[in-house]
Design a protein around this ligand. Structure first.
Ligand SMILES: C[S@@+](CC[C@H](N)C(=O)[O-])C[C@H]1O[C@@H](n2cnc3c(N)ncnc32)[C@H](O)[C@@H]1O
Length: 221
C-alpha cells in the first residue's frame, strides 16, 4: 500500500481489503455496472490517438471496456492498491487488450502536466475526504491538456427518498463522512473550484445502493 497522510485513511474497493477478490462479482451483479460504465464511455467520445487515464481503476473493467470500444486510444489505469492492480492486469491479459497499470495516489499522480486528452473515473470520489477530493481534482486539472475533458461516474444526490435510504449500505462500507459530499451533490462544486468549466451532471442511474450520477467537465483551452 502507498504511504499517505495519517489524517485520511485509505478506503479499499469494497471498504475492506479482504473483500477485494469479490469486487467484480458484487459490482457486476448489483450496480447496473454495464449500463452506467457504457454510458460514461459514450459520453466521453473517445477519438483515435487520444491518451486516456482511468483514475482509481480498481479491477480495470472500465479501462478494458474503453480499449475494446476504441482500440486506437492509449489507456492508463492508476490505482493506489497493488493487490487490485494485479487483478486488473490479469483481466486485461485475459481480454487480450493492452492497458498500462500504474500504482499511485490520486492526489499525487506520476504524470507530466497537460498529458491526457481524457480522464475518466468511476465509483471513486466517495472514497476520499473533502481535502483529498480537492487535491485530486487539482491533480486532474494539471494532467489534462487544455481543452481536454473529465468524465466521472459516482454516487450522487439521490433522486428520491428510497434512493437516499438505500445509500446507507455504501455509507456503512465506505464511511459516512467521505460519502456525504456525494449525496449532498457537491461534486459539481468540487470540479468548478479546481478550475474546470462546463461542469454538469449529465444523467443518473438508480441502483439498489442509491443514485449513480455521471458528470462531465472541461479544462479551459
Ligand atoms: C469502489 S473502487 C472503484 C474501482 C473502479 N473504478 C470501478 O469502477 O470498478 C475504488 C477504488 O479506488 C481506489 N482508491 C481509493 N483511494 C485511492 C486514492 N487516494 N488514490 C488512488 N486510488 C484509490 C481503491 O483501491 C479502489 O480500487
Amino acid at each position: 500500500m502507498m504511504q499517505q497522510p495519517p489524517e485520511s485513511k485509505y478506503v479499499p474497493a469494497l471498504g475492506f481489503h479482504w473483500l477485494t477478490p469479490y469486487y467484480d462479482a458484487v459490482v457486476g451483479t448489483t450496480t447496473r455496472e454495464r449500463s452506467f460504465k457504457q454510458a460514461l464511455i459514450k459520453q466521453a467520445c473517445f477519438e483515435p490517438g487520444q491518451r486516456v487515464l482511468d483514475l482509481a481503476c480498481g479491477t480495470g473493467t472500465l479501462a478494458i471496456w474503453i480499449k475494446q470500444h476504441q482500440p486506437q486510444v492509449a489507456v492508463t489505469g492508476v490505482d493506489g492498491d497493488s493487490a487490485i492492480l494485479s487483478l486488473a492486469s490479469r483481466k486485461a491479459q485475459k481480454a487480450d487488450v493492452s492497458v498500462q497499470f500504474d500504482q499511485a495516489l490520486s492526489y499525487s499522480l506520476p504524470y507530466p502536466a497537460a498529458y491526457f486528452d481524457r480522464v475518466v473515473s468511476s465509483l471513486f470520489f466517495h472514497h476520499l475526504s473533502w481535502e483529498h477530493k480537492q487535491r485530486t481534482a487539482l491533480e486532474l486539472f494539471r494532467v489534462l491538456k487544455p481543452g481536454a475533458q473529465l468524465h466521472v461516474a459516482d454516487w450522487g444526490r439521490p433522486t428520491h427518498a428510497l434512493m437516499r435510504g438505500l445509500f446507507l449500505l455504501i455509507q456503512l462500507l465506505d464511511g459516512f463522512k467521505n460519502t456525504q459530499d456525494n449525496v449532498s451533490g457537491k461534486l459539481v462544486t468540487l470540479f468548478e473550484q479546481a478550475g474546470f468549466v462546463e461542469v454538469s451532471q449529465r444523467q443518473t442511474f438508480n441502483t439498489i445502493y442509491g443514485t449513480m450520477a455521471l458528470y462531465s467537465a472541461v479544462k479551459p483551452g
